[in-house]
Write a protein that binds this ligand. Sequence first.
Ligand code: URA
Length: 189
Amino acid sequence: MDTWESLKNECLACRGCALADTRRNVVFGDGATHAEIMLIGEGPGQHEDEQGIPFVGRAGELLDDMLAMIHLDRTKVYIANTVKCRPPQNRDPMNVEQAACIGWLNRQRSLLQPKIIVCLGRIAAKEIIKEDFKITQEHGQWFERQGVAMTAVYHPAALLRDVNKRPETFEDLKSIQSRVRALCEHTDL
Ligand code: URA
């Protein structure tokens, strides 16, 4: 049986794929280990790789602002990525890397037992919700998997590139807020 500490220590030593050769730090996760809400991103970028913490670059600042709009912050959510090590030049993670890494995320999910999962962007939504997820059509929709309510929003990096996506994302955030109010007992919004 995992504990957060044993799982993290094991993960920090992982050499399960070639990303281990180029990473500076394994980016295990951040936030509250008792949170009812789990956010899942794609994979670490440069700043995350340097600091070992998810979403600390510009996209991370925007993510913090998005959370603040619905009165959430990192003390009320847990944030992790589908891959824990930075893909060089910020390329998309390869299937083989995702396959090698998914076990860590699954074990984090088992420990956390979140009520709500929010996928940040297409890559996470495809891996967590369904393989053929279409982010432009299906962001903000709700899916249920093994009793967990799941949705996806545009990745904050996409919102930095294209501000026209922000109004739709604000609607998605409001939908997340009402799901949190309905499903989460310990998260005051
Ligand atoms: N983008 C991600 O998907 N994850 C991070 O941790 C940072 C940027």
